[in-house]
Design a binder for this molecule. Sequence first.
Ligand SMILES: [Zn+2]
Length: 199
Amino acid sequence: MDNCMDDKSALLIVDLQNDFCPGGALGVSGGDEIVAVINRAIAHCISRRLPVIASRDWHPSKTTHFREFGGLWPPHCIRGTDGAEFHPELRLPENVIVVSKGTDETHDDYSAFHARDSQGRRLAEILSSLGVSRLYICGLATDYCVKETVLEAARHHIDITVFTDAVRGVDLNPGDSAKALAEMESSGAHFAEVLNLLE
Ligand SMILES: [Zn+2]
């Protein structure tokens, strides 16, 4: 298990947005408990000058992703609303790279590899331009966006490590998160804990 991120590494924080935290439109139990842990991972990256990328769900108000229009979910993370903002205690660095997904009216876009930055670049393109081949992932939710991102990383030949103490799951069906972690492990993902990172 790594206790330090090397210079080919970046941190990806998945969807740490108000609507996915307790009290939000689609609150994940304990979603806010991982903010302090993630802040520690961010500090680790800042001290090593490693890139920090934050993905966000950035939906239009009408999308087939929402129950009302045939999808699975109540409305959440509608762009421009408070629910779509990052958790207020998340200490993102000034040079954070924000990538947005779910911006189309017909796509769920669970994977952060579908997200684009303000210049329209997709995540894989951003990583390659930064010379990043190892992604450390944390955020919400284990059984949806984190899982889909991890499974897609293998297709882009990105080595991936899940910070297991900095993710939380929806568990729509009991055990979904545990199942998701097992799937990630079989896809080749490594597991580590932020609390074991060297300062
Ligand atoms: Zn969504």
